[in-house]
Design a protein around this ligand. Structure first.
Ligand code: ADP
Length: 478
C-alpha cells in the first residue's frame, strides 16, 4: 500500500518503511521510559529519598557517637551528603556543630530551624522528631530530623545527647523544566536518528533482496543457471544459494528435456525414414521382384518393430516413473526365467556365433513380479549381446548370498568410461564410446532396469573396466 507523506510516497509494506517504524517505535518507547523515570520519579521520589537518607545518616551518627573520631565523622558526612549536623548535650554544651574548627562556616546556618526542632524535641514523647520546615520567603524547604538518646560519660554519669540533622530540599521544578527541554531535543534527535538508521539498514538489507529479485526475473525469462548473490547476511545467503541450486537444477532439467526431445525425434525419425524409403523402393523398383520385395518388406517390418519397441519402452518408463505401474509379487523360479530368455536367443546365437552361458547351480526362487524381472534380465542380456567383445560371449550368473539373490550379466566388450558410469542409468543416455545403432537401442533399457529394481526394493549396479568388459548386476530379497 502506498502512503503519501509530505509529497513523498512510501510503500507501507516495504522493508524500508517497516524498519523505520520499528526503530521509531523503539526510540519512542525509550523516550517514554526516560520521561517517566526522570520527571515522574524526580517529582515524587526526591522527598522520600531524602527522608530515607536523613534517617540512614542519623543511625550512622548515633552508632558512631562516643568514638574517638566522631567529630571528624560528622564533618565528613555533612560535607559529602550536603547536610547540616548539630550534636549537643541536653545541658546545652555543643558536641559538634559545622562552625567548630572549620575555616569557612557553611553557607547557610540552620539557627532558626535548630531552634524550632529543639523545641519540638523537648515536647516529643518518643524523643524523635521528623519535620518538613517550609520557608515562605525563599523556596527552600528543609527536612529536619532530631533524636535524643541517653549516653554514659567516662566518669559514669548519664547525660542526654541530641542529634540534629538538616537536609535542604531543593525545588525540583526548575530541574524538571531543564530536563523536559533536554528530553524534547533528545526525542527529536533520536527519532531522526532512528529514521536514518532505519533507511540505512533497510537499504543494506533490501539491496541483496533487490538483486535476488532481478536475478529471479532473469531466471523467469528463461536464463537458466542464473547465479544468485546474498551478500553479507546468512539468511539471505541461504536463500540465494537455494535459488542458485534451483536455477542450476532447472538448467539441467531444461538441457535434459531438450536432449530427450532430440533423442526421441531422432529415434522416431530414423526408422520412419527407413520405412518411407523402403516403401518407395518397393513401389518404384522391387514391387515385381518377389525376392527383393520380401527383403525390403522385412526391413520395413524390422523398423516397425523397432518403433514399437521404442514406444513400448517409453510407455513403460513413464508408467514406472509416474507410479502407474503396479508390481504383482509372486514366488517364481528366476533360473527358469533366465533359461527362457537365453533360449529365445538360441537361433540368433547359432546364426551369429554368439554364446550366452547361464551359471545357476541350483534352482532359485524369488518373490517378485515375474514379467518385470524378465524385462530386467532381457534388457541386461540384450545390452551385453549388443556391446559384447570379439569373443561374442555373455555370462549370466545367478547366486544366493545373505538372504539375497544376485544376478550378474557379464560381457567382455569395450566397457564404459568411469565418468559415464553414473549417467548410463539416466533415460536416453547413450555412452559416447559405444553408441551403436541396433534394432533395440532406445537409451531407455537401463532406466527401466533401475526403476523396476527400485520398485522391488532391490539394489543394482555395474562394474566396468574399459577394454575389458562390464558386469551389470542386481539383487533382490530372497
Ligand atoms: P541403449 O538402448 O542405448 O542400449 P540403455 O539404457 O540400455 O540404452 O544403455 C544406456 C547406455 O549404457 C548405452 O547406450 C551404452 O552406452 C551403455 N551400456 C549399456 N550396457 C552396456 C554394456 N554391457 N557394455 C557397455 N556399455 C553398455
Amino acid at each position: 500500500m502506498k502512503l503519501n507523506v509530505l509529497g513523498m510516497s512510501f510503500d507501507s509494506k516495504s522493508l524500508r518503511f517497516k524498519l523505520w517504524v520499528y526503530f521509531a517505535l523503539f526510540a519512542v518507547l525509550i523516550m517514554v521510559l526516560l520521561w517517566f523515570l526522570q520527571i515522574y520519579f524526580l517529582h515524587y521520589n526526591y522527598e522520600e529519598m531524602k527522608i530515607a537518607e536523613t534517617n540512614r545518616i542519623a543511625q550512622a551518627l548515633i552508632s558512631n557517637y562516643g568514638q574517638e573520631n566522631f567529630t571528624e565523622f560528622c564533618a565528613n558526612v555533612s560535607s559529602t551528603s550536603d547536610i547540616y549536623i548539630h550534636v549537643e548535650e541536653a545541658t546545652g554544651s555543643v558536641i559538634y556543630s559545622p562552625m567548630m574548627g572549620e575555616d569557612t562556616p557553611p553557607a547557610y546556618m540552620y539557627f532558626r530551624e535548630l531552634r524550632t526542632t529543639q523545641e519540638e524535641l523537648i515536647h516529643s514523647k518518643n524523643h524523635t522528631v521528623s519535620l518538613l520546615l517550609e520557608d515562605a520567603t525563599t523556596d527552600y524547604n528543609t527536612l529536619a530530623y532530631a533524636r535524643e538518646i541517653e549516653s554514659t560519660r567516662e566518669d559514669g554519669s548519664v547525660v542526654n545527647v541530641r542529634f540534629f540533622i538538616f537536609s535542604p530540599l531543593y525545588p525540583v521544578e526548575s530541574t524538571i523544566t531543564i530536563l523536559t527541554h533536554q528530553l524534547v531535543y533528545v526525542t527529536i534527535i533520536s527519532l531522526v536518528f532512528s529514521l536514518m538508521l532505519g533507511i540505512f539498514l533497510a537499504g543494506r538489507i533490501a539491496r541483496p533482496l533487490h538483486n535476488i529479485t532481478e536475478s529471479a526475473k532473469e531466471l523467469a525469462r528463461g536464463k537458466y543457471g542464473t547465479v544468485f548473490h546474498g551478500e553479507n547476511y546468512t539468511e539471505i545467503i541461504n536463500l540465494a544459494d537455494t535459488l542458485t541450486y534451483t536455477s542450476v537444477e532447472l538448467e539441467k532439467s531444461n538441457a535434459l528435456q531438450k536432449d530427450i526431445m532430440a533423442n526421441v525425434s531422432h529415434d522416431l525419425k530414423t526408422p520412419l525414414t527407413m520405412v518411407k524409403s523402403y516403401a518407395e523402393m518397393i513401389r518404384d523398383l522391387s514391387g515385381d521382384n518377389p525376392e527383393k520385395r520380401n527383403a525390403h518388406l522385412q526391413v520395413i517390418i524390422d523398423e516397425a518393430d523397432r518403433l514399437n519397441h521404442l514406444v513400448n519402452d517409453m510407455l513403460s518408463l513413464s508408467r514406472l516413473q509416474t507410479g502407474a505401474m503396479i508390481i504383482e509379487k509372486k514366488p517364481f523360479s528366476i533360473k527358469e526365467v533366465a533359461e527362457s530368455i537365453v533360449q529365445s536367443y538360441a537361433i540368433f546365437c547359432e546364426q551369429e556365433g554368439y554364446s550366452i552361458l547361464l551359471d545357476c547351480p541350483s534352482d532359485v526362487t524369488v518373490e517378485a513380479d515375474e514379467g518385470k524381472i524378465k524385462q530386467v534380465l532381457s534388457n541386461l542380456i540384450n545390452n551385453a549381446v549388443k556391446y559384447c567383445g570379439s569373443d561374442r560371449l555373455v555370462i549370466v550368473s545367478i547366486k544366493t548370498a545373505h538372504g539375497h539373490v544376485r544376478c550378474e550379466v557379464t560381457d567382455h566388450g569395450m566397457g564404459i568410461a568411469p565418468e559415464e558410469l553414473d549417467n548410463i542409468w539416466d533415460r536416453y543416455y547413450k555412452a559416447s564410446t559405444n553408441h551403436v545403432r541396433t534394432t533395440s537401442g532406445s537409451g531407455l533399457g537401463l532406466s527401466i532396469v533401475k526403476e523396476i529394481i527400485l520398485l522391488h526394493g532391490g539394489t543394482y549396479g555395474v562394474k566396468s573396466e574399459q577394454g575389458k568388459g562390464s558386469t551389470f548386476w542386481f539383487e533382490l530379497a530372497h
